[in-house]
Design a protein around this ligand. Structure first.
Ligand SMILES: Nc1ncnc2c1ncn2[C@@H]1O[C@H](COP(=O)(O)OP(=O)(O)OP(=O)(O)O)[C@@H](O)[C@H]1O
Ligand SMILES: [Mg+2]
Length: 232
């Protein structure tokens, strides 16, 4: 099983949206996918109808109990997170230990991280073979890239994903700047569309909400690219 963390210290850049959609697309491609919600906000768990503070969560997983649940989609399971995750301070190796019991059961694990560098985030990053950093092309997001990259242990493969690209002059300038500085940008980027928020509101992957939409195509291309990195 390959493990990919989706992380950016900056909030609202699309970590959960991309984790949900890439996870769904990878499962639709026939992979056995495990999602791990390491964000106390639990947005990924809510998306897949698995936010429930009374049921087993990542906290149980970290103490050695199996705590994955099926989602409505074939090949896509989730270890939920919830608000209680805010109170925990796992060791650096804890997430890796939790995931080690799933090595033979899944092809890929995607970890959705919180927009904070907590002990749980640090442990998720430690467990990851590679890290995806979603960004938006605005000045504050760009300022955050170096901070995010500094938090990732050296030697980990990092790929930056431009999300919610709006083709404005400023966005194009930022993109040119990032390319000229040699940041490890994914070739595929995901354009901005209000349909993404509508799909999230309905808790539906874009491929289910709007199969023929341009953004669904962007997400499919991005998934193929990430699969290429993960299984090379
Ligand atoms: N490509 C896109 N086009 C338009 N809206 C988007 C796109 N990607 C994400 N969004 C919207 O941006 C908002 C933030 O997305 P999301 O919750 O996935 O970010 P996040 O990085 O996980 O946030 P947090 O840091 O709070 O965990 C949501 O309202 C989502 O619907
Ligand atoms: Mg999120």
């Amino acid at each position: 099983m390959k493990t990919i963390a989706v992380f950016n210290h900056k909030g609202g850049v699309g970590k959960t949206t991309l984790t949900a959609n890439i996870g769904y697309n990878m499962a639709a491609d026939g992979n056995r996918v495990l999602l791990a919600d390491c964000d106390p906000q639990g947005n990924l768990s809510s998306f897949f109808g698995r936010y429930d503070m009374r049921k087993k969560s990542i906290i149980d997983g970290l103490s050695g109990k199996k705590s994955e649940y099926r989602t409505a989609y074939k090949g896509l399971d989730i270890i939920p997170g919830n608000l209680d995750c805010e109170k925990i301070h796992p060791e650096a190796e804890a997430v890796a230990q939790m995931l080690s019991q799933y090595q033979e059961d899944y092809d890929i694990c995607l970890i959705d991280c919180a927009p904070a560098y907590s002990d749980l985030t640090a442990s998720a990053l430690y467990a990851a073979d590679s890290v995806l950093i979603p960004i938006r092309l605005d000045s504050f997001s760009i300022d955050g890239i170096d901070t995010a990259m500094m938090k990732i242990q050296s030697g980990k493969e990092v790929h930056i994903i431009v999300n919610a690209f709006n083709n404005s002059r400023a966005a194009r300038l930022f993109l040119t700047k990032l390319l000229s500085y040699g940041y490890p940008l994914c070739e595929s980027c995901v354009r901005f569309s209000t349909v993404v928020d509508a799909a999230n509101y309905l808790h539906k992957p874009m491929a289910r909400k709007a199969r023929f939409h341009a953004i669904t195509g962007d997400l499919r291309d991005l998934t193929k690219e990430v699969e290429g990195y993960a299984f090379k």
